[in-house]
Design a protein around this ligand. Structure first.
Ligand SMILES: O=C(O)CCC(=O)C(=O)O
Length: 188
């Protein structure tokens, strides 16, 4: 970790055999949805698949989309417990993103929705294709950082990351493989 930045990368947090098994389970069995978001006055398909899991009744809203928790798949509940143990902080929801190929992406944003409270903690586990992940400081000097996230890497975005930096997963047209990203969050 670069000590001057509010994130910590645990490379190969998940061993490769487990990441591969989970990826294949995810492709065959997870409840993927094509989400729609409201941006610039109209509805758009998100450029990725996703789904949300959380303790029953918890709600998460972004870009006009409302997601409601109704419990956990056993393998996601197990992951949540392991990440809570390793980072020493609680999570009660996960947004799972599926990038089908390098043309799927997520633009610059912050995970700072009101339901995440004052100091959002985000733990982000990557599986599958390696993709660049960008962090850009909002205020000058507006420094920009590129992390190459590989299968099994766990990125912890700690406070004040969501106040000071925005992040993005840019298009990388040459990437052909599927990538999954699980972002664990605490909804208040
Ligand atoms: O796919 C990623 O690594 C980033 C996902 C993300 O930024 C988000 O879900 O808020």
């Amino acid at each position: 970790m670069d000590k001057s930045h509010p994130w910590k990368l645990y490379s190969s947090w998940m061993p490769p055999e487990e990441s591969e098994a989970l990826l294949s389970q995810a492709l065959d069995h997870w409840p993927w949805e094509q989400g729609k978001v409201h941006l610039f006055g109209s509805w758009h398909d998100e450029p990725r698949w996703s789904f949300f899991q959380a303790d029953p009744g918890l709600m998460y809203r972004y870009a006009g989309r409302t997601l409601v928790g109704s419990g956990w798949l056993p393998e996601l509940h197990d992951l949540r417990k392991r990440i809570e143990h390793d980072l020493g902080i609680p999570f009660n929801s996960v947004l799972v993103n599926g990038y089908r190929h390098g043309a799927d992406y997520m633009g610059y944003h912050r995970d700072n929705e009101v339901e995440l409270g004052q100091n959002p903690q985000v733990a982000s586990l990557s599986l599958g294709a390696t993709r660049d992940f960008l962090l850009r400081r909002i205020a000058p000097p507006k420094d920009r950082h590129v992390l190459s996230l590989q299968s099994g890497d766990l990125l912890w975005m700690k406070p004040p990351c969501q106040d000071v930096f925005e992040h993005a997963l840019p298009k990388r047209i040459r990437v052909q493989g599927f990538r999954i990203n699980l972002t664990f969050r605490l909804i208040h």
